[in-house]
Design a protein around this ligand. Structure first.
Ligand SMILES: Cc1cc2nc3c(=O)[nH]c(=O)nc-3n(C[C@H](O)[C@H](O)[C@H](O)COP(=O)(O)O)c2cc1C
Length: 257
């Protein structure tokens, strides 16, 4: 390939960087407070600061009240150790609005002199989507398996809809954690809102029943019709410990003697 003149190469590289979707800056750690010595056009657009306001300053001016201190610590550590790092942190534009910045910092040696290159990507949309998904997931989880203490040693969980193996497994883990954390002796599984179908695998209850029994707790099933009670007891009640009741009140009356 024909050898390009140095300044042509530089101009092309600069045009590439300015046209890229990613903010790019270079800092010089040998200068006082590691200031920015280069910023591409995207960085100025992303932050709202002009080049003259940026050059010569440390990049921490983008930080504000909700910038994670842990994220900043991670950057400080990486710079100290001259290592690569990537963090997602909240930054602030010149107009005070905030955005999520995925910042990647890389140390580079050019003619034995150290520089840091930083690339900034605005990931606000992805971050908001992720937050919304997490909020939905915990809401679904909460709605699907709400465990409540109704007396100091008694907890209930209302099973609603159809239970899948995954839901039973989640219930088992959650209930065991709850029972041990809150020293629950009696766990009431209320199945009033549960939709039974042909394949309703009653043996899944056995696993929860056994797990709780090992922990020294008793499991009761409430909201049971007389017909379902016969089936449940036939399937589960091997040592007469499992009790079924038509309502939570009836179970409580029995527990409280
Ligand atoms: C190349 C480079 C790019 C950086 N870009 C950002 C940035 O976009 N946003 C930010 O909050 N901090 C950025 N920083 C981090 C800050 O400049 C500073 O290193 C950090 O706040 C930790 O140092 P301090 O504790 O002295 O503030 C960057 C650092 C370097 C070296």
């Amino acid at each position: 390939m024909e050898k390009m003149e140095m300044d042509t190469q530089i101009q092309l590289l600069e045009a590439m960087l300015d046209g890229s979707k990613v903010g790019t800056i270079v800092t010089d750690p040998e200068k006082e407070d590691n200031p920015i010595i280069y910023a591409n056009h995207t960085f100025t657009e992303m932050t709202g600061y002009g080049k003259e306001e940026i050059l010569g300053r440390n990049c921490r001016f983008l930080q504000g009240p909700d910038t994670s201190a842990m994220g900043v610590d991670q950057i400080r550590q990486a710079i100290k150790n001259q290592e690569k790092t990537t963090v997602i942190l909240r930054n602030y534009r010149k107009d005070g609005t905030s955005f999520w910045n995925r910042l990647a910092i890389t140390p580079v040696l050019v003619k034995e002199k150290l520089y840091f290159i930083g690339t900034q990507t605005d990931v606000t949309i992805e971050q908001l989507q992720e937050e919304a998904i997490t909020a939905h997931e915990s809401e679904i989880e909460r709605l699907m398996l709400p465990i409540l203490s109704i007396q100091p040693n008694v907890a209930t969980v209302a099973l609603v809809g159809t239970m899948s193996l995954q839901r039973f497994e989640a219930l088992k883990v959650k209930l065991c954690e709850y029972v041990s954390e809150h020293r629950i002796e009696h766990a009431l599984l209320d199945i009033t809102g549960l939709t039974w179908n042909e394949e309703s695998p009653l043996h899944w209850f056995t696993q929860i029943y056994e797990a709780l029994r090992i922990m020294g707790s008793h499991m009761y099933i409430t909201g049971v019709t007389p017909q379902a009670a016969t089936e449940l007891v036939r399937d589960l009640d091997r040592d007469n410990m499992l009790k079924t009741y038509s309502s939570i009140e009836k179970a409580l009356a029995d527990i409280n003697g």
